[in-house]
Write a protein of this length. Structure first.
Length: 278
């Protein structure tokens, strides 16, 4: 190759590189880069939302990740946070969204809500000998005289339950965790346990998976459904325009949740999570 041809090739190289790069820069049909969105999740609410080994896990976590896959315009990052701190971030407009609040508009006027994601059901589990003695359908009347376990710090039995406890018609026996209460129930140290259904099913799966069920443990079963609370994705309404994509994101997230309910993905996600201990 002559010196003149070599020089011509070198001069042409920048033009060739620019030509290769030009379509990505000028093509009006090229998709824009996804918008980065950070959503905070309660780091201590198993099995729904919790931090384990540095990773966000839980039923809501899996559902929100699946919904985000149906929203290619957004790149969603889920970050753990203590619940009360997350609420403060929404109240000050610092954070875009937080999961999974219940619908409390009077208590949290700074929060807007997605469409409901799933229902958390409050139920009673009792040991088989207790169930066999008499029907346990009406709460709390049919549970008179029993020792009812609940997780310490959770006031979830309702007004009639509190009144029955105050009158001495039944006993409330707090323990530090669902695992502690379920093991006590299977040993006959309490008669019933009051908690969220998915929490009970999930913890029972972990107990069995870890081989903690002792020989002679009492069979246990659900006896009553007391109430249900819907869980949501909560958005700040105090951002003063900090998140200009908010209304579009809410619309598309709601559409994704609706589709997931219709095609059974939310149901399947819950069932798969509860079947997979550990």
């Amino acid at each position: 190759m002559t010196a003149r041809r070599t020089l011509a090739a070198l001069l042409a190289l920048p033009l060739l590189l620019a030509a290769l790069a030009a379509p990505a820069a000028v093509d009006g049909n090229a998709a824009p880069a996804p918008i980065a969105v950070t959503i905070y999740g309660d780091d201590g609410y198993p099995p729904y939302s919790y931090l384990e080994n540095g990773e966000m896990k839980g039923i809501y976590t899996n559902i929100i990740r699946a919904a985000a896959k149906r929203m290619p315009e957004y790149r969603v990052s889920l970050q753990p946070i203590p619940w009360k701190r997350g609420l403060v971030k929404l109240e000050t407009g610092e954070a875009f969204a937080l999961y999974p609040p219940y619908l409390r508009p009077a208590e949290r006027p700074y929060m807007d809500y997605s469409d409901s994601i799933l229902a958390e059901q409050l139920v009673v589990y009792c040991s088989q000998p207790v169930i066999e003695r008499r029907p346990r359908k009406v709460w709390p009347d049919d549970y008179a005289g029993l020792r009812v376990g609940l997780n310490a710090g959770f006031l979830i039995g309702g007004k009639l339950f509190d009144q029955a406890v105050g009158a001495g018609r039944l006993s409330a026996v707090p323990a530090r965790s669902s695992r502690t209460n379920l093991l006590k129930l299977m040993k006959g140290r309490i008669d019933c346990f009051l908690n969220d259904r998915s929490s009970i099913v999930w913890e029972l799966g972990r107990i069995r998976h870890e081989g903690l069920v002792e020989p002679g443990a009492l069979p246990i079963a659900e006896t009553s459904v007391l109430s249900a609370e819907q869980g949501y994705l909560g958005y700040t309404n105090r951002d003063a325009g900090r998140f200009p994509y908010k209304h579009d994101f809410i619309r598309k997230f709601n559409a994704a949740i609706k589709e997931m309910k219709q095609d059974g993905e939310i149901r399947d996600t819950i069932e798969h999570f509860l079947r997979t201990p550990g």
